[in-house]
Design a protein around this ligand. Sequence first.
Ligand SMILES: Cc1ncc(COP(=O)(O)O)c(C=O)c1O
Length: 455
Amino acid sequence: MTTTPKDSTNMHAFDAQMAEGVLEYVRDRLALIETPLDGIDDVSKLESLLKDLITKDGIGYEAALKLYDQDLSRMVISADSPKYFAFIPAAPTKASLLFDSVISAASLQGISWLEAAGAIAAENQALKFLSDAAGLPSTAGGTFVSGGSSANLAALTVARDTQRTARNLEKRSLVRVAVSEQAHSSIERALSILDIEALVVKTENHRLTGDALERTLNSDPHPENVIAVVATSGTTNAGIIDDLESIAQVAKKHDLWFHIDGAYGAAALLAPSVKPLFKGFEHADSFIIDPHKWLFAPFDSAAVIYRNPNLAKQVHTQHASYLDVLHGPDDWNPSDYAHHLTRRARGLAFWFSLITYGTDAYTSAIESSIDLTHQVAREMKKNPNIELINEPQLSIILFKRKDWNETDYQKWAAELLQSQIAFVAPSAWNGEVVGRLVFLHPSTTLEMALAAVPK
Ligand SMILES: Cc1ncc(COP(=O)(O)O)c(C=O)c1O
């Protein structure tokens, strides 16, 4: 005899009290003018906090929510705090956060045109906006994936397979991709997954140029197996934009696929003050840009865009008898443009926010971080104990503090977090530990930023 679990229907019945409780939390969080940094509670409590929570009868939403609110959330550093200056911060707009809740509440998926045309058409509108800003033809397109790492992998898979076909190479033949030492770590990971070797191009001042690429190709014994080049438009460590125009020319000459990793920096295509630095972007065969970074969308959302989406379709489309029905001649299936099938409509929160506030608001928010970065840099230059490593191009400052060693930088970071003044993380430059500050939250004030700068 089978037994029906107790209250099995409750899980799908509307519970007004639970809805009130959770929505109140959401409302309170959204109403915060400044999200607290958090992240300083004692994580050794975690084991006992989580002990025996999964029970036969459940603990009820009140206890679960209280545990999250009063304990677990305090052990997470808020990436959307305007005092978060480490790694790459987040700064989702209120509209994007709210609409993200709608996407969850509606279980909105974005797998296929057959199932989700309304959501996909809107996502594609947002992709077209990004593609137009980059200067690609109107036929360009792609999809939203979970993050820059996944987007780079999707694009490099297309680069590899397309080039092997175009060059009549065997499926497993050795192919290489030219990268600079400053390429993001996810590029190295993607190449390793794809069994592609990297041809590392040495750069002057950490900026990849066409000359450096040409020299490396000319001095390499097997330039014929180099199939692509990856440029970065806004390196993660220093915010440096590679010389895209000259790289594009060399890529064309050697018939290389030209991929641009703009996960962080390509958002600044929307900022007239730095737009000229992106000259040559329009020649990309593929590029990525992460709305969850400098385009103020919630996690997780990264766009991968192809000049010729048909090439991506040939590489990524999944074939199975139960999926044949999805492939109508004019159907745009996001599953054809990356290594995924089931997916959240993760471009929609960005789309909703973009159409809600308008493009000028985005331009102004991005310009404000660039401007703040320059103001902070100017102040830092007045301090004889501080040396800027380079003039910031976007919104990242790398610096050395006189007489500091690795322990001093770590102490600097730990003390700032402990006092909730800021979250910072040291980095390295030419093998030496250095300080690093990243600004992309429009609510970060000069005062907040300067409070994080060592004296
Ligand atoms: C230039 C660049 N590419 C790729 C990535 C990886 O993106 P994600 O963390 O979304 O996977 C990052 C992350 O900071 C990045 O800055």
